[in-house]
Design a protein around this ligand. Structure first.
Ligand code: NIG
Ligand code: FE
Length: 413
């Protein structure tokens, strides 16, 4: 047998699977009706649709999928899952009629979670955050983005990012970290003559260089909003991030239209997130930027303004779906639930929702070898006992994968 025809030494063979490859946009789900998938050294090494040819393949470990559906491992590309405390009392205030914005303006909201987070040791922060990650992993998530933004000084932002990295080391998941220093003005800057500008200068001149130097952040995010920071201030952060070759993204157009998405796209943002108030006329700027839809925050804040999904679809903009898991606007540790909400609240199709939580989420994180089943892609996979992939978006709190591979290793069965 020649070197070329010698089959690779496979770690895993997954036989008799229906496969949602999501590897092309022409075919529904990129579906294969009966395939055998071979994994080697953390990568997808073989995809064999011919059952006679599959018979000749062998691996150290084999599983008969019995025609269950195999999808890429799910990717939650926007979470704030490391934080201390909770905001149940704020939830009660909002149900009595107070708005998210007025609570923030009187020093509650994000700042109350900053106060709770700063009181915790790194160990306690890890212990409080780990169960939230565990809930996501139970649903077949194999990659998760985790933001800082509840420390708002170098010591505590560093602690949050360190905890996020440690979660990635202790659990079978790829963690992408994001520095969100520009999330809110911390209490110690409130006495400055221009608190927002004074804090943004501090973020850009003191915190960002140290965070970049530490290697703890894979990207930089901002909150561009009336209760957050102006477009000019966010652009200042983008320029500072880019001086350290850190890619950028933004919470934009969540509660009003400041045109932060246009500014972010101009700076080649990986993604623009929320975008309920994005104008139809501005959608065209997102050709190379992923639109991340966060329906849980829309739901939890009783929002009524929906993101311009029809215009995004018509313009061919990649739409991702994420949980936004955070204590203030999305206390929901479920990416499958976010997919359901994206369909019910934002009119995505179940296929768009699955692509949004796999291949498009991968693009939002620049993880180009994830979110898709093709030879050479990362061996992050989930196997589901369903008859059609639409079931993942249809049923609420119903489906859990029967097996998950992360980095080519079986992480759940
Ligand atoms: O994605 N909008 C800003 N950040 C978070 C919420 C933060 C909070 O309220 O704690 C979001 O909605
Ligand atoms: Fe968020």
């Amino acid at each position: 047998m020649s070197a070329q025809t010698k089959p690779p030494q496979l770690d895993w063979l997954i036989r008799n699977a229906r496969v949602a490859t999501l590897s092309d946009s022409e075919h529904t789900y990129g579906a294969l009706n009966n395939a055998t998938i071979g994994l080697a050294a953390g990568k997808i090494a073989v995809i064999e649709s011919d059952s006679n040819a599959a018979e000749t393949l062998h691996a150290t470990n084999e599983i008969d999928a019995q025609r269950q559906w195999l999808t890429p491992g799910l990717i939650d590309c926007h979470t704030h899952l490391v934080f201390g405390g909770n905001r149940a009392q704020e939830f009660e205030w909002r149900l009595q009629g107070e708005s998210y914005q007025t609570i923030a303006q009187r020093g509650g909201g994000i700042v109350s979670t900053v106060n709770a987070t700063r009181t915790l040791s790194q160990e306690a922060l890890f212990e409080q955050s780990a169960p939230r990650l565990e809930r996501l992993l139970e649903e077949g998530v194999t990659t998760v983005e985790i933001k800082s933004g509840y420390g708002l000084n170098l010591q505590h932002e560093t602690a949050m990012l360190t905890v996020a990295r440690r979660l990635g080391e202790e659990y079978p998941v790829t963690v992408r970290t994001t520095f969100l220093g520009a999330h809110a003005v911390p209490p110690e800057f409130q006495a400055a003559s221009n608190p927002k500008q004074a804090y943004i200068d501090h973020v850009c001149q003191e915190m960002l260089p140290a965070i970049a130097e530490s290697g703890l952040a894979d990207a930089v995010d901002v909150f561009c909003e009336g209760i957050g920071f102006s477009v000019a201030q966010c652009e200042q952060v983008f320029r500072a991030a880019q001086a350290f070759q850190l890619p950028i993204k933004g919470h934009v157009e969540q509660l009003s239209n400041l045109r932060g998405a246009v500014a972010a796209a101009k700076h080649h943002a990986m993604s623009v997130d929320h975008i309920e108030y994005l104008a139809n006329d501005d959608v065209h700027v997102l050709k190379d930027t992923v639109a991340v839809l966060l329906p849980a925050a829309f739901y939890f804040l009783h929002e009524t303004q929906k993101p311009p999904v029809n215009a995004l679809r018509a313009a061919g903009v990649a739409m991702a779906v994420a949980s936004d898991l955070n204590p203030g606007t999305a206390p929901m540790a479920s990416l499958l639930n976010a997919m359901n909400q994206a369909c019910v609240l934002f009119d995505l199709t179940p296929e768009e929702a699955l692509r949004g939580a796999t291949c498009h989420a991968a693009r939002a994180l620049k993880c180009h070898d994830k979110g898709v089943i093709r030879v050479g892609a990362d061996a992050d996979l989930a196997l589901w006992g369903i008859d059609h992939p639409a079931e993942l978006s249809y049923a609420i709190n119903f489906h859990r994968p029967t097996a998950v591979w992360q980095d080519g290793k079986l992480s759940k069965q």
